[in-house]
Ligand binder design. Structure first.
Ligand code: C6P
Length: 393
């Protein structure tokens, strides 16, 4: 890239794909391509088996009670919209509260705002403290029967802050509220056990965990999925259709309207196989090492501010920073000239950036294929940015 080997430090945006995933998608299209749950012929049965097999793999990856607890969707965003519309719109009303955190991605803010427009519910935010941890000091005062949902990110895509899942699940239970965990940045990076997590819903995206784009999942507790209405209607999701009323197919199919992303699901299944073979503990430990090394080396770059917790074992591998008053896009441009890919901007987390009083940050994010050498190259690139923008003059 620009005359250098690519150092891809943007896995929080999307990850690279192993050959096993590419092969699985290719093999599906070459040998099994047909629609699922429809054709009364062998090829369609094979496609259906591959699609449902992928569901079973994803269910086992997060230790779900069974494959029917996993709904395939386009990704975390679509899953959160399903929950907000399918559950929130039908079950929330004026005076009810949804508690979010200031570090939420827009995907866990805007759908609730849309529900608020229709229902008059109130959105309430927990902020971050000076250590970039979710500030829980006001939580106890917030908790009353008005709180119906607590929805939070398992790991911030900007600061790497971990959502305090245990505390928030306990808090929600104490007032009978639902828990929605945005696992877009969590599920790809650490072992996940939904039975241990004990939330009501968990969402994530396949493309952030070595899988294809266009596929993701919503896990839900069986009773929640039963009581939830579909947010989309159409083929595949019905048991019967009359002129004025319809009945839904059983869970999870009632949430999968239309032809699903079949090859993408198969690719996600292969990604899950790959991650399980590596082992999620190993993935997590590797990222702790890289993130720890990055934080240590970034601390030595003059005029550089990191926005996020300092302990690499209690945070994710998304590391946002600014360098003096150089615009984040300019930093990314200089790094790009060194073959280093980082993201710059508001990272679809504008409330958080406002809270941090910065218009944009540069962000390096790591995954299992990144190396310490790439971190060294990042540091060299940042030192070059200092020279380019005259900070060393
Ligand atoms: N964050 C990033 O560069 P989708 O786009 O549906 O796959 O994922 C949405 C999403 C939801 N929650 C969190 C915490 C996220 O980080 C993301 C996606 C990307 O940080 C793209 S903005």
């Amino acid at each position: 890239m620009n005359g250098h080997p690519l150092a891809y430090l943007d896995s929080a945006a999307t990850t690279q794909k192993p050959i096993q995933v590419l092969d699985a998608v290719d093999d599906f299209y070459r040998t099994k391509n047909s629609n699922v749950h429809r054709g009364a012929y062998a090829l369609s049965a094979e496609a259906t088996d591959a699609y449902e097999g992928a569901r079973a793999k994803v269910a086992s990856f997060i230790n779900a009670g069974g494959p029917d607890e996993v709904v395939f969707s386009r990704g975390a965003t679509t899953s959160l919209n399903h929950i907000a519309y399918g559950w929130g719109l039908n079950r929330l009303s004026e005076g009810d509260r949804v508690v979010l955190t200031i570090m939420e991605h827009h995907a866990n803010v805007v759908p609730w705002q849309l529900v608020a427009r229709h229902t008059g519910i109130e959105l309430v935010y927990l902020t971050l403290d000076d250590h970039y941890e979710v500030d829980l000091s006001g939580l106890a005062d917030l908790l009353d029967e008005r709180v119906k949902v607590i929805a939070f990110s398992g790991m911030s895509n900007v600061t790497g802050t971990l959502g305090p899942a245990r505390t928030l699940v306990e808090a929600a239970r104490s007032v009978g509220a639902l828990v929605v965990v945005d696992g877009a940045q969590l599920v790809p990076h650490a072992p996940m056990d939904v039975q241990d997590l004990d939330a009501d819903f968990l969402v994530f995206s396949g493309h952030k965990m070595l899988g294809p784009t266009g596929i993701g999942a919503m896990w839900g507790k069986p009773e929640r999925l039963e009581e939830m209405e579909p947010a989309e209607g159409g083929g595949e999701m019905i048991a019967d259709v009359g002129l004025y009323e319809s009945r839904w197919a059983p869970v999870p199919h009632k949430f999968e309207a239309g032809t699903p992303p079949i090859a993408q699901a198969v690719g996600l299944g292969a990604a899950v196989d790959y991650l399980q073979k590596v082992g999620m503990e190993a993935v997590r430990d590797h990222e702790h090492e890289i993130t720890g090394y990055a934080l240590k080396r970034l601390a030595d770059v003059p005029d550089l501010t990191v926005y996020g917790p300092t302990d690499p074992t209690h945070r994710g591998g998304a590391v946002s920073f600014s360098l003096a008053d150089i615009h984040a896009h300019d930093i990314a441009t200089v790094l790009d000239e060194h073959g280093i890919a980082v993201r710059a901007g508001h990272h679809c987390a504008k409330p958080l950036l406002r809270h941090l009083h910065v218009p944009a940050t540069a962000r390096a994010s790591f995954y299992l294929y990144n190396t310490l050498d790439e971190v060294d190259r990042l540091i060299d690139g940042l030192l070059d940015a200092r020279r380019v923008f005259g900070l060393d003059a």
